[in-house]
Design a protein around this ligand. Sequence first.
Ligand SMILES: [Zn+2]
Length: 500
Amino acid sequence: MIKKILLGLLLLVVCLVAVLLWNTIQMKPKEISVEPVEIPETDEAAIERFAAAIRIPTVSHESEADFDSIPFLDFAKFLAQTYPYTDSVLEKRVVNKYSLLYKWEGKNPDLKPVVFMGHMDVVPVAAPQSSLKTEKAPGELKANINSIWDVAPFGGEIKDGFIWGRGAVDDKISVIGNMEAAEKLLREGYKPERTIYFAFGHDEELGGEEGAKIIVDLLKSEKVYPEFVMDEGGIITTNKIPNVTAPVALVGIAEKGFISATLSVDLPGGHSSMPGDDLAIEVLSNAIVKLRQHQPESRLTPPAKEFLLNIGPLMPFAERIVFANLWLFEGLMVKIYEGSSVGNATVRTTTAPTIFNSGYKDNVLPTKAKATVNFRILPGETTDDVVSHIKEVVADDRIVVEKGNFLSEPSPVSPTSNGGFKLIEKSILQIFPEVNVAPYLVVGGTDSRYYNEICENIYRFTPITDPIGFHDINERLSIEDYKKSIVFYYQIIKNAGNLN
Ligand SMILES: [Zn+2]
């Protein structure tokens, strides 16, 4: 009897191994053949034009009082003067004083238009937290602060094969790349079949409520429902996916939602020589600790699964067994992802305490304490779910939970089977034949969130490889990347303009 059971078990194991191996062998990279295209030469003067765009400090400051309109007006003037064909042939509208919407009328009014997005604003250059490492010795820290940028952040310097400055990778490359490509196509006499829009917001770094949102309101009022929209988001990477050495172009098909919740307590204070039991700081700290210890559950969302299925074939054989058999290894995969902060952000609604305020004197027990916790929400959950989660976990009536002013629900997931995605994929492969294209979930937020109202096919991709200095010091883009970007936009505008 025991022998029979053992034999049965052995047979099961053999079958299981056979299934695992079979699935692994069957997992092969997609083979997509695209018509080759001739890659046009990029005009060397374009490099200086990009540097000039970086020299205009279109900074989005956290505080409205710091807003300086002059650079934004200068930037619009710069675009008009530098790209005269685009400025005169396309219909240009200035939206809400600083954002720009260009319309390139297609020959065939029956075709739905396409929108290429970008944002003109940049984050400030003040020392980011990451460059002020407190574990360093005091002398080192000082040296570190002094050497924050190797160049003037708005100097637009061209050196060592790079174009340096704030905005080089986020996101003036999208704006200038599209403008360079449009100008070149116009000079060549190109006329699209399909209408093309270029939509450049001026406050993406503040959430886009004054820029992209108003542009979408305008498009909606004109009943413009795009075929697809392309915004920043994904990039090409050669080193960010563990165990994959082949370059991968990440195209965002969804993005996470955003909510900052404030938690506050108001309790009796007193003298610090006789502390009681209910101390505001202690009560609130406990709540934060609970939130960190009981985070929303991790899981694989549809865009994360699509990503895994696309990068699986690029893995070494042993790893590929896991990717090819998610039906069995999904739990293991989630555990692996939880192990790194980037991975964790892909499989979970994240919990990040970002502000904590309380107290004003060393011998007074404060009556009030207030904290902000930022959550980035997985597709399929909502900002309301987050608030319910906080109340349930904290379970303390003394704590008042409120939603912050800026909220964004997670985006719907855009399909990978339709014309828009296929067109982006084809354009990528035409210009970067060596890369593999993989859809993925964007863990940050982009201006494209507003387009959900008018379009189901929203993709997030910028044609640059492993950018340096994103929201950080020494932001720069290689000249090679810049030139390739212009060619990519040139090609995708042509492909989109002809798509029918
Ligand atoms: Zn950006």
